[in-house]
Design a protein around this ligand. Structure first.
Ligand code: NAD
Length: 481
């Protein structure tokens, strides 16, 4: 049992009110930690610490700050196994996923941004009589709010660029998954990062998160989470003219064209639907299949998914673990009921698996495949964020594009075809921020990441992140006196 504390001004401490929130392992229902139930008073403390630290931190050279990032990466890497285990226990995700994705990426995020600054250029625009020099200033105190599905992966994706550009940080991890954020605070404490530069406040979103967004001395909010919460965050931050980045929900289409090599890619297509039990914002939760290959595709897909092993998240052979909570499982199950009401047919799954006494209180749910729904039904267009995919037939490419765009979300899509030229021409007509062709979640950290429509505002990744965490200032010097 871990007693997680806030990390403020280089010190671990309880919330001022001393209240706590229980943190459960969603696979077993066991109590694994308590976290502070922080409020505005704790945010105030952290803001004051960050404001004090800001002059010193922002005046370091960018290379000096990059060296701090490298130290964080090295120290995190030493605790790789611990990160993976904590992430698996906290989220219910399979340990192999926690190792290969969460623990690996958290380290590489710090290294990537530490190295990227080598390529930063300071643009200048000469005029006949003057020179414009553009300089980058840190935005100030950055509030970073993250969800539970990829806890340290997404937190490090924000912390690294924020710090390297000279901001001080107040992070608010999800109350459901505080453990690796706490480990990051330990790492940062161990390497002796100047106090106040990095702070973590734990607590509920509507109390602690809301206070962070509302705080007048927080200059910038980077938020990743649900679209509904994003609306609240935007409503609070916009009138205060805070810099705002919103990475929100998705309802992504996987488009299988007539010529797709779906047999050799069936594992990748299944992965795109069910990775992390379908709890990745990029998961392809609507599969659009050309009618000429519908039957063989479905035979292969259903067979492959039914062979995915569901069970103990800490077992290396497990492909599917538990959902994040019993409440979330109920929400996902309510969509399965809705699908039946809407005329859908459950081809696979839809039930809670029998996994024995140890996991009887866990939030497990079988991977679920549903066909026969209208493409514009609620089940087919709303974000479920669980192990549930709907399958839709199409005849013409035009129909596939229409179905893919028929949702308020616009995060990502994948297209499977041997004709990559056709794939690219379809990609350009999809209303999404990202499209993968014959792959999925194939990430180059330099490229822009983010969505359109209700999937968010702004882009993260590479220089796009560095720009977001900076205020540009143009200095125009007139020569001709
Ligand atoms: P959520 O919106 O419930 O919570 C996200 C974070 O916001 C948590 O830390 C929460 O405590 C906090 N929060 C809640 N209310 C708040 C408020 N009023 N003010 C400030 N902060 C508040 O989301 P979740 O359930 O943790 O995560 C799942 C969602 O995140 C899904 O919709 C998923 O698609 C999305 N997501 C998007 C991306 C992306 O990059 N686009 C990545 C991962 C997850």
């Amino acid at each position: 049992m871990i007693h997680v504390q806030n990390y403020i001004n280089g010190t671990f401490r309880n919330s001022i009110n001393n209240n706590c929130i229980n943190n459960l392992n969603p696979a077993t229902g066991d109590l694994i930690a308590t976290i502070p139930k922080s409020d505005l008073n704790d945010i105030d403390l952290a803001v004051n610490a960050a404001k004090k630290a800001f002059p010193l931190w922002s005046n370091l050279t960018i290379n000096e700050r990059a060296n701090w990032l490298k130290k964080i990466a090295n120290e995190l890497e030493k605790r790789f196994d611990e990160v993976a285990k904590l992430e698996s226990k906290d989220t219910g995700k399979p340990i192999t996923l926690a190792k290969n994705v969460d623990a690996t990426r958290s380290v590489s995020n710090f290294r990537f941004f530490a190295n990227l600054i080598e390529e930063l250029e300071n643009p200048e625009f000469g005029m006949d009589d003057a020179m414009n020099t553009i300089i980058r200033k840190p935005a100030g105190i950055a509030g970073l709010i993250t969800p539970w599905n990829l806890p340290l992966y997404l937190l490090s994706w924000k912390v690294a660029p924020a710090l390297v550009m000279g901001n001080c940080v107040i992070a608010k991890p999800s109350e459901l998954t505080p453990l690796t954020a706490n480990l990051l605070a330990e790492v940062i404490s161990d390497i002796g990062l100047p106090k106040g530069v990095f702070n973590i406040i734990h607590g509920y979103g509507n109390e602690c998160g809301q206070s962070l967004v509302e705080h007048p001395d927080i200059n910038l909010i980077s938020f990743t989470g649900g679209t509904q919460t994003g609306k609240i965050v935007a409503k609070t931050a916009a009138p205060m003219f805070k810099k705002l980045s919103l990475e929100l929900g998705g309802k992504n289409a996987t488009i299988i064209l007539e010529d797709a090599d779906f047999i050799s890619n069936i594992d990748k297509i299944a992965r795109s639907a069910f990775l992390n039990q379908g709890q990745v914002c990029l998961c392809g939760s609507r599969i659009l299949v050309h009618e000429s290959i519908y039957t063989p595709f479905m035979e292969n897909f259903v067979k492959h998914v039914s062979s995915m092993r569901i069970g103990d998240p800490l077992d290396e052979n497990t492909a599917l673990g538990s959902l994040i909570s019993l409440e979330h499982r109920e929400k996902v199950e309510s969509y399965i009921e809705l699908a039946i009401e809407e005329g859908g047919k459950i081809l696979l799954g839809g039930k809670r698996p029998e996994l024995g006494e140890k996991f009887s209180r866990g939030a497990f749910l079988e991977p679920t495949i549903i066909e026969g729904l209208k493409f514009n039904s609620r089940t087919s267009t709303e974000e479920i964020f669980g192990p549930v995919v709907t399958i839709h037939r199409f005849k013409q490419v035009e129909d596939a594009i229409k179905i893919a765009n028929c949702t308020k979300y616009g995060l990502a899509a994948s297209i499977w075809t041997k004709d990559t030229e056709l794939g690219e021409s379809i990609a350009k007509r999809l209303d999404t921020g990202m499209v993968w062709i014959n792959c999925w979640l194939h990430r180059d950290l330099r490229v822009p990441f983010g969505g359109v429509k209700s999937s968010g505002v702004g882009r993260e990744g590479g220089f796009y992140s560095l720009e977001f965490f900076t205020e540009l200032q143009n200095i125009c010097t007139f020569y001709d006196l």
